[in-house]
Design a binder for this molecule. Structure first.
Ligand SMILES: Cc1ncc(COP(=O)(O)O)c(C=O)c1O
Length: 371
């Protein structure tokens, strides 16, 4: 049916009406007092969401822009970067750091499993001369549906003394992330995820320790420059023309988040994930992430049943039920499909998706029976 399509991919995520209406208004001038008033609130509320006393920069880019901003404002060519890789997005850090000319060492973990803190600890303990300057890692690996124990990992990095550079693109605003309390040095995120607005904004906050490292960075990024963005936060503006309509929408969704409350948001995502995992198991399908304790609260990866292909499941869900789910990425393409339950998602949406999944499978394989 027309106009009924529902995105259950891990971003872009569904957008609430309040945000859509804000975007439908005439865009304000980006140097106007009206827009500065919006920026002031947005900057304040982003600190609340990131759970930090530090400033949160707002970039007009997708999430990868903030990842690039982190590397190109901190890392010098030749610096040693340790990259913890367990999927497509955690691997992106290593690629960006190599582009910067860093000496990158990756520790690879099986896709579908979390980073083992003991392995990180052992590697950092071997680094007696403190050559490793940065450790890049991801909180929620969207390509596999695994959430790392970020608190444990950042504690280990802190003890060593390297800077932790964390991808929180699909965790901020959905899964607990406590930037200051956990000692995260750099935390980045993107708008089309837990923020409940369309793609186009990226966010970055950095600790005082990271700021001191930035001051020694040779040839830092121009467009994403930390100093320019910090000055702009102080003046309730942005250095260049931002996506004003998206920022107006963000103000609305940040208000919505405050009304719901952070703990309730985290609880809702935990409940939705539990419903999806249990529903999938009840259908007799296999979850790609075997350990529920590391299974993500925002995305669930599912192996297709015997004899049915991932493209057929996705096509049937889309064509017959107006529900879009994601394919696997990279080496997992067509091996898993992923149901996103991130952002503006309710229990009703999840129940509908599970029902539609069961019906789709029955259509594709009439002999199929749920457990
Ligand atoms: C965990 C994670 N990191 C980074 C990105 C990249 O963000 P973008 O596509 O907005 O550049 C994504 C996008 O899905 C993601 O899920």
């Amino acid at each position: 049916m027309k106009d009924k399509q529902f995105l259950m991919i891990p971003g872009p995520t569904p957008v609430p009406e309040r945000a859509l209406l804000a975007m439908a208004k005439h865009p304000p001038g980006h140097r106007s007092p009206e827009f500065s008033a919006i920026m002031q609130e947005v900057y304040r509320d982003l600190k609340w969401l990131f759970r930090t006393e530090e400033d949160v920069f707002v970039y007009t880019s997708s999430g990868t822009g903030a990842m690039e901003a982190a590397i190109f404002n901190l890392v010098n060519p030749g610096d040693k970067v340790l990259s913890l890789v367990m999927g497509n997005f955690s691997e992106r850090w290593a690629k960006i750091a190599r582009t910067r000319g860093a000496e990158v060492e990756s520790i690879n973990f099986d896709w579908g499993r979390a980073v083992d803190p003991a392995v990180l600890k052992q590697r950092l303990e071997q680094d007696v001369n403190r050559e490793i300057k940065f450790v890049t890692l991801i909180h929620n690996e969207t390509s596999t549906g695994v959430t790392n124990d970020l608190q444990a990992l950042t504690a280990i990095i802190k003890e060593h003394g390297a800077l932790s550079i964390v991808d929180g693109v699909t965790s901020v605003g959905a899964i607990p992330v406590k930037m200051d309390e956990w000692g995260i040095d750099v935390l980045v995120s993107g708008s089309q995820k837990g923020f409940m607005i369309p793609p186009g904004l990226a966010f970055l906050a950095c600790s005082k320790k990271a700021w001191a490292v930035h001051e020694k960075c040779q040839n830092p990024s121009f467009y994403f420059n930390f100093v320019a963005y910090k000055k702009s936060v102080d003046e309730n503006t942005t250095p260049y023309t931002p996506n004003v309509s998206l920022i107006a929408a963000l103000k609305e969704t940040l208000d919505m988040m405050k009304e719901e409350g952070l703990e309730n948001i985290y609880g809702r995502h935990a409940k939705l994930a539990c419903m999806v995992r249990n529903g999938v198991k009840r259908l007799g399908l296999k979850l790609f992430v075997e350990d529920d304790a590391t299974g993500s609260n925002v995305i669930t990866s599912i192996c297709p049943p015997e004899g049915i292909s991932v493209p057929d499941i996705r096509k049937t869900l889309n064509k017959d039920y107006d529900i879009v789910v994601a394919n696997g990425q990279g080496k997992l393409k067509d091996r898993i499909f992923r149901i996103g339950h991130l952002g503006f998602v309710s229990e009703r949406d999840v129940i509908t998706a599970l029902g539609a999944l069961e019906e789709s499978i029955k259509k594709l394989k009439p002999s199929f029976t749920a457990l």
